[in-house]
Design a protein around this ligand. Structure first.
Ligand SMILES: C[S@@+](CC[C@H](N)C(=O)[O-])C[C@H]1O[C@@H](n2cnc3c(N)ncnc32)[C@H](O)[C@@H]1O
Length: 551
């Protein structure tokens, strides 16, 4: 996380942070006092509000410029990932119980509780270790699967929350103030899952042996409430090691959801603080908004995910618009009826209604929501199946042409396939840029333009899609460079266009300097920019040389 560490008055290195915003640092009290008349205009430029529908939320109280850090906050709890994939449940590398560094199962273990640690000397919190040591330990001769089943990271996250009641009463109070949706969760699939994976696991393996004097409450009701608090509020913290953690933050977790966010956030890898940053200029009265779901999903999928995990239906302007800002990212192609084919597009009549009909915009055909869901589920399986391998361009083309008969070209499933395709054309063996025909280059550029336009409409400030957009811009630049190589008349114009695309990507990627994927892509982008500059220099030199030869 990059924050200025110089005193804004004398510019010497400073360590004393403003206690209100924790962002600006001073060399001492004198300069802090002197700077206050200026600083108070930007210190904590928001306040907490409450609303019957949203619950608590954060509202901007003074205009905030794009890129400004709005607040920094310590976590209430940081722990292992809340949702483990099937592969992670069987992985032999797991986060160290103390420092979360990747650790090989069975190599080092805490001497007292036997949970995996990264090295013999790495120790974890005493109370946590005492509770975990009440367990019987993994069964003898365990394989990786049964070891993982004993060392459940998601349950450890709940335990970490539970132990705050003794370790830090102020954090415990703040945690219990968070929304849990415990009533709505009761009887749902998520509740049953939490019961099996976390609540009964913690009780039967550890908590039943706990001395009652150690904690006031560790009953199933409370454990389920903590699961609800985590489910509703957890934020994913990506570590430079690639390990993902879950964090709960008193204030950052108050930010409401919108399918077009206006804030993003960064994590400090050492102390796990979160810094919330304005993704665009924010005006007084606006709410601070992040996205709880995947903005590259269509409305039905986003709504379903939000209803299931966060217990609300989003009513943002994108969700209300059947075309989703003109992107048609959920739209189906109309097939017409037996008498006549149709080139129209099916859109939901009421996008917020799960059971809405989907109507064609050019013929009277209507289809039911159930049909759309079934079709989409089936196609999603096909796309995920293909993408889980390393598909070739021809395999992607084949599925794309099949799905294109039923889906709008911008549908999120075809978007995904086309985003893969632009990276394969120009990089796959036999499909290197120099091997592509002029038509293939033109098509690659056209697809890049279409994908770029969808991203711009959904996320105009590239708050969520910076990496997606940068990949598109780099592929555009590659194509333009190759086109420049093939032409003698417009070469410099094409190269300058390529350079402009890469410079645009550089601006977009400024906010992605911290993430693992962002670091990699930023390094690649720097090389692309130098390469393009060299092409321009070489082109200009050759032109000058040709001109002087002629004259
Ligand atoms: C991470 S919490 C946000 C803080 C919460 N409002 C509180 O009072 O603690 C997420 C919950 O806030 C509510 N919420 C957030 N964004 C919303 C939105 N756009 N529309 C309706 N409810 C929303 C939902 O109840 C959701 O489960």
């Amino acid at each position: 996380m990059e924050l200025s560490i110089d005193c804004p008055v004398c510019r010497v290195a400073a360590s004393q942070a403003c206690t209100r915003c924790k962002i600006v640092r001073y060399c001492g009290r004198e300069h802090q006092k002197q700077h206050w008349p200026q600083h108070k205009r930007s210190c904590r430029p928001f306040r907490e509000e409450q609303d019957a529908q949203l619950g608590r939320y954060l509202m901007v109280t003074q205009d905030i410029a794009a890129g400004q850090i709005i607040f920094i906050e310590e976590p209430l709890v940081v722990g292992p990932k809340w949702y483990l994939s099937d592969a992670e449940k069987e992985a032999s590398i797991v986060p160290c119980v103390a420092c979360f560094m990747p650790s090989r199962l069975g190599k080092h273990q805490c001497r007292r509780c036997q949970w995996p640690v990264c090295s013999a000397g790495c120790q974890h919190e005493d109370l946590e270790c005492s509770v975990l040591s009440l367990g019987s330990g993994p069964p003898p001769r365990s394989n990786v699967r049964s070891l993982n089943d004993y060392f459940r990271g998601d349950a450890l996250l709940v335990l970490k929350c539970l132990l705050l009641q003794r370790q830090n009463p102020a954090k415990w109070t703040a945690l219990l103030e968070m929304q849990s949706h415990e009533e709505e969760r009761r009887g749902t699939e998520l509740y049953e899952e939490a019961e099996n994976r976390v609540v009964s696991y913690l009780q039967q393996r550890f908590l039943h042996r706990l001395k009652p004097s150690l904690l006031d409450d560790y009953g199933p009701e409370l454990l389920h409430r903590l699961c609800g608090i985590i489910e509703t509020n957890f934020m994913v913290i990506e570590q430079p090691t690639g390990v993902e953690l879950s964090g709960l933050f008193r204030q950052a977790c108050m930010m409401e959801h919108a399918c077009q966010p206006n804030c993003d956030f960064l994590f400090d890898r050492i102390n796990k603080q979160i810094a919330v940053r304005a993704g665009c200029d924010l005006r007084k009265g606006e709410h601070l908004r992040i996205t709880y779901t995947n903005i590259l999903w269509g409305t039905q999928l986003r709504q379903q995910h939000l209803r299931l995990t966060k217990h609300f239906g989003c009513q943002c302007s994108r969700c209300l618009d059947p075309t989703e800002y003109g992107t048609y990212i959920s739209a189906l192609a109309c097939l017409g009826d037996v008498n006549q084919t149709c080139s129209g597009t099916h859109l939901p009549v009421d996008p917020l209604d799960e059971k809405t009909q989907w109507k064609c915009n050019s013929c009277p055909m209507k289809v039911d929501a159930a049909y759309v869901t079934e079709l989409q589920t089936h196609m999603t399986e096909q796309v995920e199946g293909l993408m889980s391998g390393c598909p070739s361009a021809s395999q992607v083309e084949l599925l794309l042409s099949r799905l294109s008969q039923m889906l709008h070209p911008n549908h999120f499933l075809t978007f995904n396939l086309r985003h893969t395709l632009i990276q394969l054309y120009g990089n796959e063996d036999g499909l290197q840029l120099c091997e592509l025909s002029d038509e293939q280059l033109e098509r690659k550029l056209r697809i890049c333009d279409e994908l770029y336009s969808v991203c711009q409409r959904l996320d105009p400030y590239s708050i969520k899609l910076a990496i997606y957009v940068t990949v598109i811009l780099i592929e555009m630049a590659h194509t333009l460079e190759e086109q420049a190589r093939r032409t003698s008349s417009e070469g410099i114009t094409l190269l300058q266009l390529a350079q402009a695309r890469l410079k645009e990507a550089q601006v977009v990627m400024k906010k992605e300097k911290e993430s693992v994927a962002g670091k990699k892509l930023n390094a690649k982008l720097q090389k692309e920019i130098s390469h393009c500059e060299n092409l321009i220099l070489a082109y200009t030199y050759n032109q000058k040389r040709d001109f002087s030869r002629k004259t």
